[in-house]
Write a protein that binds this ligand. Structure first.
Ligand SMILES: Nc1ncnc2c1ncn2[C@@H]1O[C@H](COP(=O)(O)OP(=O)(O)OP(=O)(O)O)[C@@H](O)[C@H]1O
Ligand SMILES: [Mg+2]
Length: 265
């Protein structure tokens, strides 16, 4: 890697050996499943790795209405003629590159039919409507993510789907690592970065009991940015680390207490 490409890489602080593992998956043409709570760096990790591997990145945010046709493509009527238009997955399979399906469990079940042949050793994408069977380019990689915290019985990946992927969990980093992320990402000074990182850890310990999702690295980044632009610390805490987490007054008070103990405001 030369200096110029290092400058262009989106910043990602590894938590462990995930970058190396990603590269191994890539070398072996294996699809990758990223698990982790909201704001834990999944999207940033994919952006970083796509840039590092010099692959164009296509991201699809999955939702409960997203169908196989949305991924693969559909016929459109243009000037009275029917023309086929590739969907984002098909384009990536044809041209090579990384296709990232964010929150894949949200997508409609018919997407499985498309993903299964693409994620086993066949690496093919059958396009029913045109009769085409595409062989994925050597430089094609599929990455999917989901948040096990939101998982319920109706919305989990079937074993036959999950077992087609190499899987990595991105949790929240240690305080030292998270402080480093805050410093690099926002330019905040080391003492305040560490204060916020330690507060994050404490809020997460509390959150394990009372909240659906804990304060994320994303929210700590927001907090650092507000603090840097001169927002009073009590407002920073309220706006970035309490209000986004819950609407329940009792839980909010408990979070406030923890924050006061840490930041002394
Ligand atoms: N390891 C990391 N290195 C650098 N920045 C990080 C890291 N982890 C989190 N961040 C910061 O947190 C923000 C949120 O991360 P990201 O958007 O990747 O989360 P996510 O896991 O994709 O969340 P969601 O599930 O909600 O999409 C990033 O924009 C970045 O500022
Ligand atoms: Mg994301």
């Amino acid at each position: 890697m030369n200096d110029q490409s290092a400058v262009l890489l989106p910043y990602y602080q590894p938590q462990g050996n995930e970058c190396e593992l990603f590269e191994h998956a890539w070398k072996n043409q294996m699809p990758l499943l990223l698990k982790g709570p909201t704001g834990s760096g999944k999207t940033r990790f994919v952006q970083h790795m796509a840039a590092r591997l010099q692959l164009p990145l296509t991201t699809v945010a999955c939702h409960d209405d997203l169908s196989a046709a949305d991924l693969v493509g559909r016929h459109l009527i243009v000037d009275g003629n029917t023309v086929w238009q590739d969907g984002p997955l098909t384009r990536a399979v044809r041209q090579g590159g990384m296709c990232y399906l964010d929150e894949v469990v949200e997508a409609r079940k018919d997407t499985t039919v498309v993903l299964h042949p693409l994620t086993d050793d066949r690496r093919i994408l059958p396009i029913d409507r045109t009769g085409e069977i595409l062989q994925a380019k050597e430089r094609f990689m599929l990455v999917v993510s989901y948040n096990p915290g939101y998982q319920n019985l109706l919305k989990s990946l079937k074993p036959s789907t999950r077992q087609r992927f190499i899987a990595i969990t991105l949790g929240f980093p240690s305080a030292a690592l998270e402080a480093k992320i805050l410093e690099t990402e926002t330019g905040i000074d080391a003492p305040r970065a560490m204060q916020l990182a330690q507060l994050g850890q404490a809020l997460r310990r509390l959150a394990a009991h009372d909240l659906e999702e804990a304060a994320s690295t994303r929210l700590l980044v927001y907090a650092a940015r507000l603090w840097l632009t001169g927002c009073p610390v009590s407002t920073v805490v309220e706006a970035a680390l309490i209000e986004p987490l819950t609407d329940d007054p009792t839980t909010m008070n408990a979070l406030r207490e923890v924050a006061r103990a840490h930041l002394g405001h």
